[in-house]
Write a protein that binds this ligand. Structure first.
Ligand SMILES: *Cc1c(COP(=O)(O)O)cnc(C)c1O
Length: 368
């Protein structure tokens, strides 16, 4: 272990490296057997009929929007607090993201505010399962059905999360997962898109690969597609970690409990898991009191060799969105703004042990 505790650190083991070596030795570097294996494993884990591996999590949502033909003049509802990619993909297809505030109990979209955001132009909702905790996706599906909207679950952080034992990624028309090194398992870069509709799945497989379709043994270019492929090198890395995914989640849940037991400070709100929800703890996100300065707390913890950071962006507060739409985030999205300016993520990953978590908790208690 290093002399400081990083915010995230993937646990790459010898067996994972052997799988990657297999690919390198085979010479089949892209979309060989491991891409197929990864797709099958994720399908099984998330009750999906089509899981499609692509180059990263952002690309999955981009493809989903394109396959729906969403573009200029359309609106897509997204939470105001997430990683900025959730809204960027809407901008990238020429549509308008319509932001909805979150609840501070879960940091997920406030479903009571969705109805007011729906207009005649709304085509889809991209709810996020933030930090590995499912949003109220079952209720969002009901709203979507009533208003004829598509749902793309942004489950980038939430592989393995469940509500009443039903996995995220099995609710929406689409669901997106990321294998960036900050997530529970990583392929370096990588993503999986779950697709309910078989026709759309076929189209997305074409769009992923330059628009290619094999027709009567001939390669045809039937779409103007992308190169959004995942390499077999990446897939092999993720397949190795996925084979011990239950252990990874169990370890993270155990460590989250240690935080829960040891962070005792009236200036800190620790995350709570709603009844019947199973959290995957991509991040342990705490909220500090209004009287504390987030930047100072982050800085002081870093001085103590604990590398922490803010959790996610208040997206309407970011320069591009603020200038384009003239948002006043504090007024329009007060909770997203608060989560952005008073939220802190603490290190939580497989490589840490109970002593590390106790040490971090002690420092956090002292410095807040
Ligand atoms: C990480 C993340 C993404 C983007 O995933 P990439 O694989 O980095 O493109 C999108 N949405 C959320 C909520 C994320 O946490």
């Amino acid at each position: 272990m290093c002399s400081y505790i990083p915010l995230a650190r993937p646990d790459i083991r010898k067996t994972d490296i052997e799988l990657v070596n297999n690919v390198l030795k085979s010479g089949m570097l892209i979309q060989g057997k491991y891409v197929g294996k990864l797709e099958k494993s994720v399908s099984k884990l998330t009750n999906s009929n089509n899981s499609i591996a692509v180059s990263n999590g952002t690309a999955t949502m981009h493809l989903a929007l394109i396959s729906l033909g969403i573009g200029k003049g359309d609106e897509v509802i997204v939470p105001a607090f997430s990683y900025v990619a959730t809204a960027n993909v809407v901008e990238l297809v020429g549509a308008k993201p319509v932001f909805v505030d979150i609840t501070l109990d879960t940091f997920n979209i406030d479903i009571s505010k969705i109805k007011n955001a729906i207009t005649s132009k709304t085509k889809a909702i991209i709810p996020v399962h933030e930090f590995g905790l499912a949003c109220e996706i079952d209720k969002i599906m009901e709203i979507a059905k009533k208003h004829n909207l598509y749902v793309i679950e942004d489950a980038a952080c939430a592989l393995g999360a469940k509500i009443n034992n039903k996995p995220v990624g099995s609710f929406g028309d689409f669901a997106s997962f990321s294998f960036h090194p900050r997530k529970s398992i990583t392929s370096g870069e990588g993503g999986i898109l779950n697709v309910k509709n078989d026709e759309k799945a076929k189209k997305i497989r074409q769009l992923r690969n330059h628009g290619i379709e094999i027709i009567e043994d001939q390669m045809q270019f039937v779409e103007a597609g992308f190169n959004y492929r995942m390499t077999d090198i990446q897939a092999a890395l993720a397949v190795g970690q996925l084979s011990r995914f239950d252990d990874i989640l169990a370890k993270k849940r155990m460590l989250a409990k240690v935080y829960e037991e040891h962070i005792k400070n009236s200036n800190i709100k620790t995350p709570k898991v709603p009844h019947n929800y199973s959290h995957t703890w991509q991040s342990y996100h705490i909220l500090i009191a209004d009287s504390l300065d987030q930047k100072e707390v982050i800085y002081t913890l870093k001085q103590n060799n604990i590398l922490v950071n803010y959790g996610a962006q208040c997206i309407p507060e970011q320069q591009f969105y603020k200038l384009k739409y003239g948002f006043n985030s504090i007024k329009e999205f007060p909770k997203a703004y608060k989560a952005y300016t008073k939220g802190i993520v603490l290190p939580l990953y497989e490589k840490l042990n109970i002593e590390n978590i106790k040490y971090i908790s002690k420092k956090v208690n002292e410095l807040c």
